[in-house]
Design a protein around this ligand. Structure first.
Ligand code: C2E
Ligand code: CA
Ligand code: CA
Length: 551
């Protein structure tokens, strides 16, 4: 714990709060236990720059925003009207290092001399009793006390009075807020948002603003000098808003610098929204800064969503085939169906630009069914022309696996085209097991398809998944292969992975084989099937037929 290193041994009883203030000359000074008495003169000469509270073994945090407010509110030498009590009164909760919560409130009083002149400030951070906490929640109705148009006006006013400062808009929301509502009840959801509003009030200092835009989306305005200032402010907000009542939820922040203060703020608000949306599915990141590429990709998204239905009708989605080779026999033994969007004006659009989007908006169900049918047609054509067909593997997004209909679609297709099930192979990307997904996999297996575990080695539970798997074939991921094959140690891991996989009776395909050396190494380890640019890139069916005279 840093506290002791910074301020020396402090002995605290279980429930007391130690108040510290930062003095320019003397560093952290203990100001009182539970009560803080600040000399008003200290405020004026700016000697007091930080305020901090600690409890036993935990740092409750800095109250700099609070300090700013104090400084705004007190004029040394000013006389305070009699009857003025606490001018600052707010409640909040803090998470301690052991993960428990403490509810506190801040009270601030003037201490005046006989003439009524402010001499001292008394700050208390008493802990709230359970009953107070309860009443506090009751008293909190969801108040949108700063509505958006008011926010814009205020933001404008703040920027006008700070012509030399840079400003940024920060938008944040609760990731998967709907799920939180479902899981913990809407009442909890409302309470949480209430709590945010209440806490933001405390956290936003001078020249900062907050507003609730819609249900769980908030906007903040903050001045900054460097990008780090913004990141620090975001961390400050994030750490104080997380962990309410010990419920796990995640906040996602998008930032957009206001590059032109005379322009309509909305533009930058939209930028912050785009930045936020760009990471909403990424559990590892909670902060993104707007960039112009985001605007481009948002445009691209819109274009894709506007034209996908038409594209399907117009047969713009085209099945490409990438051959799979037997390394030892130097012969094509199968192919993977990979979609390409051949757009009349834009040319070929690669799947990474639209597949993830289709997975999100559900269109993947239609597009994949189309590709599966193209694969069946190709196999039918080979059979009809009397050439020995090779199996085609098709990609099945995990989105399908929860939808029982897709097994019927596959069965109907193989039935309609009279295709032996072993000729249509199914590639599924390995991720965390879910019950619904497991069922989908099982019913595929029961229908008689060969199942390939795609991208093996790129996820986290690879080895664990082999334990009692329904899969028949493991596809070693391209990145895994290329990363590992370059070092002795890595080659060892690849070799043992292959041997172990074989030992439990599974077959292997290596993906992304780019050199002869890679192919030879794989073969020597017991993996004879390879797919990659060393052999061939994905190509049209016509090219495939010509090149391999499969057809
Ligand atoms: P994937 O299923 O892992 O497909 C393999 C990707 O690796 C393909 O990219 C392929 O062109 C590429 N590749 C193969 N060999 C090499 C190599 O030696 N070097 C390099 N650098 N790359 C190689 P592609 O076609 O761009 O597809 C990307 C991803 O899009 C696929 O990854 C798959 O997840 C998805 N996808 C493609 N077609 C479909 C489809 O019809 N349906 C669904 N649901 N997803 C698809
Ligand atoms: Ca694949
Ligand atoms: Ca793959």
């Amino acid at each position: 714990m840093k506290i002791n290193e910074e301020i020396g041994e402090v002995l605290l009883s279980e429930r007391s709060v130690l108040m510290l203030f930062w003095d320019k000359n003397d560093g952290w000074q203990v100001a009182g236990n539970g009560d803080l008495s600040i000399d008003a003169a200290l405020l004026k000469n700016e000697g007091l720059e930080g305020l901090r509270a600690v409890v036993k073994d935990s740092d409750l945090g800095l109250f700099d925003a609070f300090l700013e407010r104090v400084k705004e509110n007190v004029e040394v030498g000013e006389t305070v009207p009699s009857g003025t009590s606490s001018f600052f009164d707010a409640a909040f909760h803090l998470k301690t290092t052991d993960g428990s919560f403490r509810y506190h409130k801040i009270e601030c009083h003037f201490k005046t001399d006989e003439l009524g002149v402010v001499r001292k400030l008394l700050v208390r951070i008493p802990e709230l009793e359970a009953e107070d906490v309860y009443r506090l929640h009751l008293a909190q109705v969801i108040t949108n006390d700063k509505n958006p148009s008011f926010f814009n006006q205020e933001a404008r006013a703040i920027m006008d009075s700070n012509p030399d400062k840079n400003f940024a808009l920060i938008q944040f929301d609760v990731a998967k807020f709907k799920m939180i509502n479902e899981q913990f009840g809407e009442e909890f959801g409302d309470e949480l948002l209430d709590y945010f509003i209440h806490t933001l009030k405390l956290l936003c200092g001078k020249d900062q603003l907050y507003v609730r835009l819609t249900a769980d989306v908030f906007m903040l305005l903050t001045p900054f000098e460097t990008k780090d200032d913004i990141s620090r402010f975001v961390e400050y907000i994030n750490s104080n808003l997380l962990g309410y009542k010990g419920i796990p939820y995640r906040l996602v922040f998008g930032v957009c610098r206001i590059r032109d203060k005379s322009a309509n703020l909305r533009k930058f608000g939209d930028g912050a929204a785009l930045a936020r949306q760009s990471i909403k599915n990424d559990v590892l990141t909670h902060l993104a800064f707007y960039s112009d590429e985001m605007k481009e990709s948002a445009k691209m998204h819109k274009f894709i969503e506007d034209s996908m239905e038409n594209a399907l009708q117009n047969h713009e989605f085209v099945m490409y085939l990438q051959p799979k080779y037997s390394i030892s026999r130097e012969k094509v033994i199968g192919a993977e169906a990979l979609v390409r969007w051949v757009h009349p004006e834009r040319g070929i659009i690669p799947p990474m630009e639209f597949v993830p989007l289709f997975e999100e908006n559900g269109f993947i169900l239609k597009m994949d069914a189309y590709i599966w049918e193209e694969a069946c047609k190709a196999i039918r054509d080979w059979i009809d022309r009397g050439v020995e067909p090779v199996p085609i593997s098709v990609n099945v997004s995990r989105r399908h696996l929860k939808d029982r209909l897709f097994v019927d679609i596959l069965n109907n297709l193989t039935h309609k085209y009279g295709i032996p099930k072993h000729l249509l192979e199914i590639e599924i990307t390995e991720t965390i097991e879910e019950a619904a997904v497991k069922e989908g996999i099982l019913s595929l297996k029961e229908s008689g398809y060969t199942l390939l575990m795609d991208d093996f080695g790129s996820g986290y539970s690879s080895l664990n998944m082999l334990k009692d798997t329904q899969f028949d074939v493991i596809k070693i991921d391209r990145i895994f292969l290329q990363d590992f094959i370059s070092s002795e140690r890595g080659r060892n891991i690849v070799e043992h992975t292959i041997r172990m996989t074989r030992a439990i009776g599974l077959d292997l395909v290596a993906e992304g084989v780019e050199t002869k050396e890679q192919a030879m190494f794989l073969s020597s380890c017991g993996c004879d099937m390879a797919q990659g640019f060393y052999y061939a890139k994905p190509m049209t069916l016509a090219d495939f037929n010509m090149k391999y005279s499969v057809g």
